[in-house]
Design a protein around this ligand. Structure first.
Ligand code: SF4
Ligand code: ZN
Length: 317
């Protein structure tokens, strides 16, 4: 583009790019992804979930740039899961990063809400850590979204993660799960919609973006992280096809987005409100209240909603 020294070759676009042009290229692709799939509109309040890993850090950085151009407001959310060492480091990274970007940050601390962190809940609930973590994250993100009156929740899932999950679910014929892996999941009643602006950005591109921008990321891995064997195999398979056919991953992602309705299984059950906390559920009681009632003795949804409201009021958000 400019004759300067290239830092990378983008094979699917047949480009060699210098530092500045790579940054501009990635930001431009995220912007076009937002426009192509109608993910965010001007005037919206968007809640960005930031773990402190390279994907969510890249996402928040790019959105803080794009938000000025498109005219939306960014609010960051970090969940402190109370995992020794890892959660403290992740929280420090996110707090200092948001301060630097001047983006308001809401920190939801699991120990403050429930009196115990994820490790203790895993032991008491006898449930795999990542499955429990997923339940807690879904609930807490939704509560903050509702209480902060956000128009949408923004997630840092990138192309490689999404395609891996799509292929895995296809192999296991869990077709309805594929319908949740497109660039956006529409809001359903009081359930706030989710969008994924890194839908067409690869993991390698997020790594390069944080390194050449010098962005802070948490340097330890969650001790519960396990890469399943199917995921690892699928990832290798996708990488090898991409190696011989640059651009095929993006083409596949666009095809999935186009056909997303094809995978959706219409559910007969209606989304109602949890008897305890009022959050959306297709049952009488939501999964969070059920779990906390079982392991902590009472459904904690109402307490958690009250405490999150207090946090937001304190920060005038
Ligand atoms: Fe949660 Fe599992 Fe990710 Fe750790 S690795 S943050 S437990 S989902
Ligand atoms: Zn509930």
């Amino acid at each position: 583009m400019c004759g300067g020294p290239a830092v990378t070759v983008v094979r699917y676009a047949k480009l060699r790019l210098c530092r500045e042009h790579f940054i501009e290229f990635i930001q431009g692709r995220v912007l076009r992804c937002i426009e192509r799939y109608g993910l965010i509109e001007g005037g919206w309040r968007v809640l960005v979930a930031v773990s402190g890993g390279k994907d969510s850090v890249t996402l928040l950085h790019i959105l803080s740039v794009i938000s000025r151009r498109l005219g939306f407001n960014v609010l960051a959310l970090h969940l402190d899961l109370g995992i020794p060492d890892y959660s403290r480091k992740a929280r420090e990274v996110v707090e200092s990063f948001c301060r630097g970007l001047e983006v308001p940050l809401i920190v939801v601390d699991l120990k403050e809400l429930l009196g115990v962190g994820l490790p203790e809940l895993v032991v008491r609930g006898r449930r795999p850590a990542c499955s429990l973590c997923g339940l807690l994250k879904r609930y807490l993100i939704n509560v903050v979204g509702v209480e902060a009156r956000a128009n949408v929740v923004v997630l840092g899932h990138h192309l490689d993660d999404l395609l891996t999950y799509v292929m895995k679910n296809f192999l296991l014929q869990k077709l309805n799960e594929i319908s949740k892996l497109g660039p956006k999941t529409e809001s359903e009643g009081p359930l706030i919609g989710r969008v994924r602006p890194l839908y067409e950005i690869s993991e390698g591109e997020t790594s390069l973006y944080v390194s050449i921008q010098g962005l802070p990321v948490v340097d330890t891995v969650c001790p519960y992280k396990v890469v399943g064997s199917i995921e690892g195999e699928v990832r290798k398979f996708l990488d090898s096809i991409e190696g011989r056919n640059p651009g095929i991953k993006i083409a596949l992602a666009r095809g999935i987005a186009k056909n997303i309705e094809f995978y959706r299984v219409r559910s007969e059950s209606n989304v109602g409100a949890c008897r305890y906390c009022g959050m959306p559920t297709s049952d009488d009681v939501c999964a969070f209240c059920k779990f906390t009632e079982k392991v902590l003795g009472s459904p904690m949804g109402p307490v958690v909603r009250g405490k999150i409201k207090e946090v937001l009021n304190r920060q005038q958000l």
